[in-house]
Design a protein around this ligand. Structure first.
Ligand code: RP5
Length: 170
């Protein structure tokens, strides 16, 4: 097991499925659990404390609203923790962003954008790539594919112009 994903509620699952989709695409091993820092504090702490022993090497923690989860998980493990702030109705994710990003020195959470669950997956792979060359190769191959796609798009735009390009795109 390489990546552990934890989220504060099953209502976070639709956004976190996008993270799973990226990891599935690259054939990455992960486990995904739902455990709230506020509603299940002991369970959450235990999961984080035992993550390393289970073979997890990097953790993605996602939550909305008060969003204590990524910080609480980081407090219970030496593993790197990537925090994903999720949108909520009242404050649209800014509440979660501020909660997750403002960690005290010594207990960092690497915070991605609001609803940035796909980038959490990519960052987790980059972290694992430091130790696992096969994962680093996957990251490099993906970057090369993105660059090739970008060049193709520009070539097409230069060839057909704005109007046709937009018609084709829509
Ligand atoms: C947070 O509160 C969760 O991460 C979720 O984003 C939010 C709302 O949770 P539910 O009331 O939908 O379970 O802890």
């Amino acid at each position: 097991m390489k990546i552990g994903i934890i989220m504060g509620s099953d209502s976070d699952l639709p956004e976190m499925k996008k993270c799973c989709d990226v990891l599935d695409k690259f054939d990455m091993e992960y486990e995904i659990v739902v455990s709230s820092a506020h509603r299940l504090p002991h369970n959450t702490g235990k999961w984080a404390e035992t993550a390393h022993d289970k073979g997890i090497e990097v953790i993605i923690a996602a939550a909305g609203m008060a969003a204590a989860l990524p910080g609480v998980v980081a407090a219970h493990t030496h593993l790197p923790v990537i925090g994903v702030p999720l949108t909520s109705k009242a404050l649209d994710g800014v509440d979660a962003l501020y909660s997750i990003v403002q960690m005290p020195p010594g207990v960092p959470v690497a915070t991605v954008a609001i609803n940035g669950s796909r980038n959490a997956a990519h960052l987790a792979m980059q972290i694992l790539g430091v130790k696992h060359p096969t994962i680093a190769e996957k990251v490099k191959t993906h970057r090369a594919q993105m660059a090739a796609e970008g060049l193709e798009k520009n070539e097409r735009l230069q060839k057909v112009g704005v109007e046709v390009y937009l018609k084709e795109k829509n």
